[in-house]
Design a protein around this ligand. Structure first.
Ligand SMILES: Cc1cc2nc3c(=O)[nH]c(=O)nc-3n(C[C@H](O)[C@H](O)[C@H](O)COP(=O)(O)OP(=O)(O)OC[C@H]3O[C@@H](n4cnc5c(N)ncnc54)[C@H](O)[C@@H]3O)c2cc1C
Length: 538
């Protein structure tokens, strides 16, 4: 592959749209015909746009107070903005989609935020034979552009406003991951703005090619987490096993359509025994149907168990109904989930729907819970190789139904994992977790700032109960495989909450952490890019 190990600044990619090959515009400051890309724009506290810039974060529990927000359009501008911050001795952070669940970006210590909100181009680079995606594109824009342009997609998350910058560098999974792996598996190369030992900012292209002197920088961005090594200005994406030069064959093909079955129980009808059984059914099915390539990996399912005030408990199953056998798979799944459960769910079949429209129109978190004010949240995660025990499920039921707390937007969601995710070796990318079959997401959402403590305390209590046998966290063992860095949780640092003796870094990175530390030392020797759960040099 050309360009292996080269150091460049602001070089353009080429675009294939239909039969035309053109220069990718967003990487050059001046365009044909005298047009110019915006930026770099500097927004300070007295600028009208400052308030808007501070609202870019999803979790309004964290709002920063930087001296400047830099809106950039090109790699060259990012290099200049990083250099200016480093020269001035200001802590610099980068924002892509703003969906960080902890305060890595809206850190009070951050003085300069480099915001990639205007770096959203999606092109096909004929030189690298890969899709070239700027670091600020949102998943919704990416899916839309890839599908309309080339009929391909990526197996990423379902929230349209998540940014590629944090998502891909932390792994990135979604409804298609059981069939196609995670987004990080498709990173062929990254262009990263780093700062060397002399304090000089520069952009480096790092690829997965064997022999690339910067291969470890590429590797670090395949699950090592955002905000640790530099600023990814461009990702080049293609399947590791794809051959040929036809863009439409270099990334997964989207499903022919989607069809959902939604099982909904009235919470009031669900006994403790029923809840334990539903959790066991969900877990057992995933234990049996999540080997790479297994037929069951064609089905994705989410079990949403929120506080009883939410009124309902649901299991959603999604398949591509245009694939032979998938509707049978879906109905057998429904039978497996409801087996031995006394309460009767309503069962809604949504019928066949177009994939892209359905994917781009999933309800937002705020809409799903009817939250109208700026959203605040706390999240915790866990990856499961085996289902929760009945004892754990029973404790979840107790927390979801106990009196004294009433937020309906708090609870536990189980998501299908495994399949093609587990076809990749734990060391092939920085994403170490390649044995789990379920991802567990513990979340609480609210909008009243005065309710922070009560919601966070409740979520911590739920998590503590679930992981009572393993020191309050999903410490790696036969059942647990740690957690997911894109669901960062600073509580892992707290020895009163994490009594497992297992460090936060092992929980998030498994055995890959020491290698990430070496990449950190090599590519960010001055520790310019850091946050509270940041990779530290050895
Ligand atoms: C509502 C919601 C739904 C979600 N759904 C899913 C899901 O379905 N699947 C899933 O896997 N995850 C999901 N996530 C988690 C999501 O993947 C992470 O929060 C991700 O890190 C967000 O990336 P971002 O760019 O939007 O966030 P940001 O806040 O912009 O960035 C997150 C971190 O990455 C760093 N970063 C951002 N851009 C770059 C860059 N270009 N180069 C280097 N570092 C960078 C930031 O500095 C920060 O440390 C969800 C999160 C939310 C809030």
């Amino acid at each position: 592959m050309s360009g292996v190990g080269t150091v460049i600044a602001g070089a353009g990619a080429s675009t294939l749209i239909g039969d035309h090959v053109v220069a990718a515009p967003a990487q050059v400051d001046s365009l044909a015909g005298g047009q110019k890309t915006p930026g770099p724009v500097t927004i300070g506290p007295t600028d009208r746009r400052y308030a808007d810039a501070l609202q870019r974060g999803f979790n309004r529990r964290f709002v920063g107070s930087p001296e400047a927000v830099r809106i950039v359009s090109t790699t060259k501008q990012v290099v200049a903005a990083v250099q200016a911050a480093v020269t001035a001795g200001k802590k610099v952070v980068v924002r892509s989609g703003g969906h960080c669940l902890e305060n890595f970006v809206d850190d009070p210590a951050a003085k300069v935020v480099i915001d990639l909100v205007e770096m959203r181009s999606v092109t096909f680079d004929t030189t690298r034979n890969a899709f070239c995606v700027q670091g600020g594109v949102t998943l919704g824009d990416l899916y839309r552009r890839l599908d309309w342009g080339w009929g391909v997609t990526l197996p990423g998350g379902s929230c349209q406003s998540v940014g590629i910058g944090g998502h891909a560098t932390g792994g990135g999974f979604g409804m298609l991951s059981r069939q196609h792996g995670i987004v990080a598996d498709y990173i062929d190369a990254v262009e990263v703005v780093i700062v060397d030992a002399t304090g000089t900012a520069k952009s480096v292209v790092a690829t997965r090619a064997t022999g690339d002197p910067n291969r470890e920088l590429w590797w670090a961005h395949t699950g090592g987490g955002g905000g640790n090594f530099g600023i990814v200005t461009r990702f080049w994406l293609r399947s590791a096993t794809a051959t040929g030069t036809n863009p439409s064959t270099l990334l997964p093909t989207p499903p022919g359509a989607v069809a959902n079955t939604i099982l909904t129980w009235n919470w009031a009808d669900v006994s403790r025994a029923d809840f334990v059984r539903i959790m066991a059914n969900y877990g057992t099915w995933h234990e049996l149907n999540s080997a790479p390539g297994a037929t069951g990996t064609r089905l994705f399912s989410a079990l949403t168990a929120n506080r009883s005030e939410y009124g309902r408990l649901s299991v959603v199953a999604q398949v591509d109904p245009t694939v032979s056998g998938n509707n049978t798979l879906r109905s057998s799944y429904v039978s497996a989930i409801t087996a031995g459960v006394t309460a009767t769910p309503t069962i809604l079949d949504t019928g066949t729907r177009p994939w892209l429209t359905t994917t781009l129109n999933l309800p937002t978190t705020a809409a799903a819970f009817g939250i109208t004010g700026p959203l605040r949240s706390k999240s915790k995660g866990g990856l499961l190789k085996q289902r929760y025990t009945d004892a754990q499920a029973g404790r979840v039921f107790d927390r979801l139904t106990a009196s004294g707390y009433t937020n309906p937007a708090s609870g536990l969601t189980l998501l299908s994992y495994g399949g093609a995710i587990n076809a990749t070796a734990p060391t092939a990318t920085a994403t170490a977790h390649r044995s789990s079959v379920i991802a567990a997401s513990f979340t609480s959402y609210w909008d009243d700032p005065s309710a922070d403590a009560v919601n966070i305390d409740w979520l911590r209590g739920l998590y503590r109960d679930v992981y009572a046998e393993t020191g309050g966290v999903p410490a790696p063992d036969a059942r647990n495989e740690g957690s997911y860095i894109n669901w960062p949780d600073i509580d892992f640092l707290d020895s009163t909450q994490n009594t497992s003796g297992v460090s936060w870094s092992t929980l998030f990175y498994g055995d890959n952490y020491p290698r990430l530390q070496l990449a950190k030392a090599a590519y960010d020797p001055l520790n310019v890019f850091s946050h509270v759960l940041g990779v530290a040099a050895p």
